[in-house]
Write a protein that binds this ligand. Structure first.
Ligand SMILES: Nc1nc2c(c(=O)[nH]1)N[C@H]1C(S)=C(S)[C@@H](COP(=O)(O)O)O[C@H]1N2
Ligand SMILES: [Mo]
Length: 430
């Protein structure tokens, strides 16, 4: 399946669902109006149907890969599997439900730990290599709670549409990652003068999506990037070994940065004396050179856009409950709840609107699990009258950034962080 077919399939299915959803909401709301009009269609009762589908998740069958629960399969090869919304009810995402994405088609089917080694090589004093046993015993273990989010999470929202996996919101997750500081490994090898970047590579191989160059997935970070001080080479995720598809035996954890740098089956750490120009650094994973990563199709056509490699994740908040299946009678309290994240400073505020963004009230923040983790939030709401409500949520982070209704646009479908909405149809209590 190539990207184009994929995109068109989704377009038509999605617009069909949008139509269904819209019709459902209209029917539900206008029962009394219908009764008085000449329309003879029988309206479905408010509480019987699924309600309007929001497309919170991408569309696809639920398929279980080894070590995983059924996830939403968007693309088979390379694999794109999205985490269903219901798993985001807690700030830590169950390991077995964590999303899956690989850029190359051939992912190792097994790893032999008797021969597997993590190598630190390139412009170093000593090339060193470590077995998993050495990583476990010779280094101080550290744990960081951090959200990993695909750079293209929510790509399906882009207008005009962008090719690539049509993710809903489920290409993200938060785990407690335990492992070895990257700095400790670099110290053992001794970084030589003249090094400018550190490159990471795993064990997967093969072609990527049609049109993508580079049969080896390699990602690099600048040696003077402060993010290196918080990078860890993780051998555990939520206190358990990593599933193979999520990077066993070790993966790079780059707190605050998009997942593209979180190298799975990390096996090569390489010191470079020149800037990495491989496909995955110089052509893919580029954003317009501004914080929001946004531009216009016209500016791209005019070739006036300057690009840079993606890095930190902008602030986002997600509504997890209620979803579109909620049965809400007027006058009964309900809890609007969800998660928020930012790679640019801790989430400091989450606000909820029940009138489509006209007025906002502060949500209550849940436990603080660290600035790179999901922050849960909740908001008690009692809809007084029957009707269709458009809930909205927006988060603010310590850098002062706050989400807006402005739609993000860039050619690759990255960095979406527009305010989330959820329609809730409230019925009359009698
Ligand atoms: N070895 C390797 N690591 C990789 C990738 C890859 O293709 N190969 N893809 C990156 C991207 S784009 C994402 S979104 C995350 C996905 O990690 P997951 O499959 O554990 O969710 O891995 C990152 N690390
Ligand atoms: Mo990704």
């Amino acid at each position: 399946m190539n990207d184009d077919t994929d995109q068109h399939t989704h377009l038509s299915r999605r617009s069909a669902l949008a139509l269904l959803g819209g019709a459902g909401a209209t029917l539900a709301l206008s029962r009394s109006a219908l009764a008085q009009s000449s329309v003879t269609t029988t309206a479905a009762p408010i509480f019987s149907g699924p309600g309007p589908l929001t497309g919170w998740n991408g569309l696809g069958p639920l398929i279980a890969l080894p070590q995983k629960v059924p996830l939403i399969r968007l693309v088979d090869r390379p694999p794109l599997y999205e985490t269903p919304r219901s798993y985001f009810g807690s700030p830590f995402t169950p390991t077995a439900a964590f999303f899956i994405r690989s850029n190359l088609s051939i992912f190792p089917a097994s790893i032999d730990l008797s021969t597997w080694r993590l190598k630190v090589e390139g412009n170093v004093n000593n090339t060193v290599q470590f077995s998993l046993a050495q990583l476990l015993s010779e280094f101080e273990p550290v744990t960081v709670n951090a959200v990993m989010q695909c750079t293209g999470n929510s790509r399906s929202r882009f207008q005009p549409r962008r090719p690539g996996g049509q993710w809903g919101n489920g290409a993200m997750g938060c785990a407690a990652w335990t492992g070895v500081r990257l700095r400790d490994l670099l110290k053992k090898a001794g970084v030589k003068a003249g090094s400018v970047q550190v490159q990471f590579q795993g064990l997967d191989k093969g072609a990527g999506a049609p049109g993508s160059g580079g049969a080896e997935y390699k990602k690099s970070l600048n040696l003077d990037d402060p993010v290196l001080d918080r990078c860890i080479v993780a051998y555990a995720m939520n206190g358990q070994p990593l599933p193979l598809v999520n990077g066993f035996p070790v993966r790079l954890v780059v707190p605050g940065y998009f997942a593209t740098y979180w190298m799975k089956t990390l096996s090569f750490v390489r010191l470079l004396t020149e800037k990495d120009t491989n496909f995955w650094m110089a052509t893919a994973y580029l954003q317009p050179d501004n914080l929001k990563g946004t531009t216009t199709p016209q500016a791209v056509k005019d070739k006036t856009v300057k690009f840079r490699p993606v890095g930190s994740m902008p602030v986002r908040a997600f509504i997890v409950t209620p979803d579109e299946t909620v049965k809400a009678p007027a006058g009964l309290p309900m809890t609007v709840s969800g998660l928020a994240l930012s790679g640019r400073g801790a989430v400091t505020k989450v606000e909820v609107s029940t009138d489509s963004g006209k007025t906002w009230k502060d949500a209550t923040l849940g436990e603080d699990h660290g600035e790179y983790a999901f922050r849960s939030w909740s908001f008690a709401w009692t809809p007084k009258t029957a009707g269709s409500y458009s809930l909205a949520v927006r988060a603010t982070d310590a850098s002062g950034a706050v989400q807006t209704d402005e739609a993000i646009w860039n050619p690759s479908g990255y960095l979406w962080n527009t305010t989330e909405r959820q329609t809730v149809v409230v019925g009359s209590a009698g």
